[in-house]
Design a binder for this molecule. Sequence first.
Ligand code: UDP
Length: 494
Amino acid sequence: MASNLHFLIIPVMCPGHLIPMIEMAKLIAQQSVTVSIVVTPRNAQRYGSVLDRAIASGLPIRLLKLQFPASSESGLPEECESMDDLPSLSLFMNFLNASAKLQQPLEQVLGELKPKPSCIIADKSLTWTADVAKKNEIPWVIFDGTSCFTQLAADKLWLSKIHEKVAESEPFILPGLPDSIVMTKSQLPGLFNIGNSPKAKEMKIVKEHIRELEVGAYGILINSFEELETRYIDEYKKQKQGKAWCIGPLSQSNKNDLDKAQRGSNASLNEHGCMKWLDSQHPGSVIYACLGSLTHQSTPQFIELALGLEDSGFPFILVVKGGGGAEKIEKWLAEDGFEERVKGRGILVHGWAPQVLILSHPAVGAFLTHCGWNSTIEGFCAGVPMITWPQFAEQFFNERLAVQVVGTGVAVGAKTVVHVGLEDTFGIQVKREDVCKVAKIIMDKGREGEERRRKAKYFKEMAEKAIEEGGSSQLNLKLFIEDIMLHTNKGLAG
Ligand code: UDP
């Protein structure tokens, strides 16, 4: 379609951002646009299998490897190049500041890139990329890995400031949305709610800066699809004068099991014992529980989750995130004998789970998720009802979308954002009885359960169609590329 175009992609080095941006790179390259993607050496290794296969298949993707700034200078642990390697998310700012040091090396190589990039698609948290784009007179397109529901809700709050007039736990209706959505201030993302967290206060300043900058972006690419949240997308597009393109679900770009399995790790298919176990389970019988790549649950809270799943009586897969903080949880697991006790009925994945592969297995009947946007949309794609357990950031918005708008989710009953770095001070928010109760609701074979499953199946079909030839997201991607082509040609003519 567009062989003279060249898009430069700059992701945040974090699974929830890098994974969808790599998937986006593949989809763009399938349209004959050359794509360069910035990665650091350890991330190039981690995501290398997927990228190498894409390149070997003939897709015009290039890796722009830049050295990650030395950890010691940035106050980060040694060899930490990905946000999920942080022992605590309270080091978030250190990580973002270290990432900003990529600006200079990037600018050094930018001039040598041929052809000159026609646009920069950057994660919006990397504010310095706006500067790079401006200096080089390249359109700055932002990628925001969340839904239009969240975009719109955040915009309306930002303008109305209604959250400043309510008490922490006082329910209020989110202003200006197509549906009546009730939330409390304590459930809002960091831009609107910092609780008593000094870290959240620090992060709020950055988020305000991002908000100021994003107004000047050329456009925005969104990992969503029109059939999922139509009214929200229509409204948001109006706000952006049409320069908002929904091109997801990006995870749908993985057509084979190996790509699904290796989205966030280099593990081979054989290494995933849980897949064999799933083969032995009845269709729709298993609850898959994973709280994403960044959530650090306190040990007492994790215990409630594990025991609640055990009490429910359903077969389950529970992911125990590796990295900082995991030692205490692993210690409890060993002392309690949990894994031994649930053997045969429950499987623990220690570290990284092949989430999209698991979700695509017919034995999975429900997904207990923290409502990170990638996980939420992956749940919609899998066509399974979801137990929603938001933790931080915009996750309560995603919960409302799944529960109230799409209607495939049931809330576990989390009441407030757990501010990063303060997980241990929050105590137990959700008890084992709550987990057990909601598991029974979601697996219920009655009318309500069937209705949720019917809806989930419908959105799965819509998600599959969206990125196929002629689908809404593929069309949007083509429109985006045409827009950039037009812009580039105008520049050349002028
Ligand atoms: N993920 C995975 N295995 C894991 C943990 C996470 O494959 O054990 C993937 C998940 O499929 C999703 C991404 O990592 O694509 C996490 O992004 P999300 O927005 O859901 O949450 P975050 O980790 O950013 O909080």
